[in-house]
Design a protein around this ligand. Structure first.
Ligand SMILES: [Zn+2]
Length: 239
């Protein structure tokens, strides 16, 4: 079936166009002598056209839950039954993931996967794993930028700086991301939430700029003018 309808995707957590793979409408009626209750449950197995997650969707109403109104012209009373929508799985906890992270899936699925796990680790307060993941995410981003994967992370930061992809301050903070990841991976060092958030923000800004908005692409093609040797810095007198 290819009929498309819109539903709230529990994974991208937004209203998305969805494919319906199967559906079943189930009216019900309960008879308790004088009291009768009725309603209907519409079940669907749907797939988000964005992230491709398959989920269960149920829309239901019953005659005990109704809204009354009057027709503005004829004055007739109008009864409506609001629908209750349930999905399984339920939408993920509104976490720290910015919306653009979902766009990375189409550009670099591997980078998306590791970032996704970083946010999961963060939400579970597994800061060691999250810090190691950040370092890996940085590494994958440099691969996306076609930096030689054989280089050490330190060399990669340096190369990005020299190619003008990142500025000096960003180079320093990204260096911290790689060092923190290294300390977490090899010495079990665990950043606290605040420290991790700083590392994460640094990496997010970098990834967003070079992967999502693609601003670094120009700086990394063959048209880079040869680097001029820098004159040696004169030590500045303290003012
Ligand atoms: Zn989705």
């Amino acid at each position: 079936m290819t009929e498309a309808f819109r539903a709230h995707c529990p994974r991208c957590d937004g209203e998305r166009k969805c494919l319906i793979h199967g559906e079943f409408d189930q009216p019900w009626c309960e008879d308790h002598g004088r009291n009768q209750m009725q309603g209907q449950m519409d079940h669907k197995l749907v797939q988000c056209a964005g992230c491709e997650t398959v989920f269960y969707y149920r829309s239901s109403w019953d005659d005990q839950d109704w809204d009354g109104d009057y027709h503005p012209v004829t004055g007739e009373s109008i009864i409506t039954y609001p629908r209750t929508i349930v999905t399984y799985p339920v939408p993920e906890k509104k976490g720290h993931k910015p919306d653009w992270v979902w766009d990375i899936g189409q550009k670099d699925p591997q980078l998306f996967k590791i970032l996704y796990e970083v946010y999961q680790a963060y939400e579970a307060e597994s800061f060691i794993l999250a810090a190691v993941g950040l370092r890996t995410a940085f590494d994958l981003t440099t691969t996306y930028l076609k930096i030689d994967p054989g280089h050490t992370l330190e060399q990669k930061v340096k190369e990005l700086r020299e190619n003008g992809v990142i500025g000096e301050t960003e180079a320093m903070t990204l260096q911290t991301v790689t060092e923190a990841g290294n300390a977490a991976a090899h010495r079990g060092w665990s950043p606290d939430r605040e420290t991790f958030q700083i590392l994460l923000t640094t990496l997010e800004q970098f990834v967003h700029r070079v992967v999502v908005s693609g601003k670094a692409a120009l700086s990394l093609n063959a048209n880079i003018p040869a680097r001029q040797p820098k004159p040696k810095k004169q030590p500045k007198p303290n003012s």
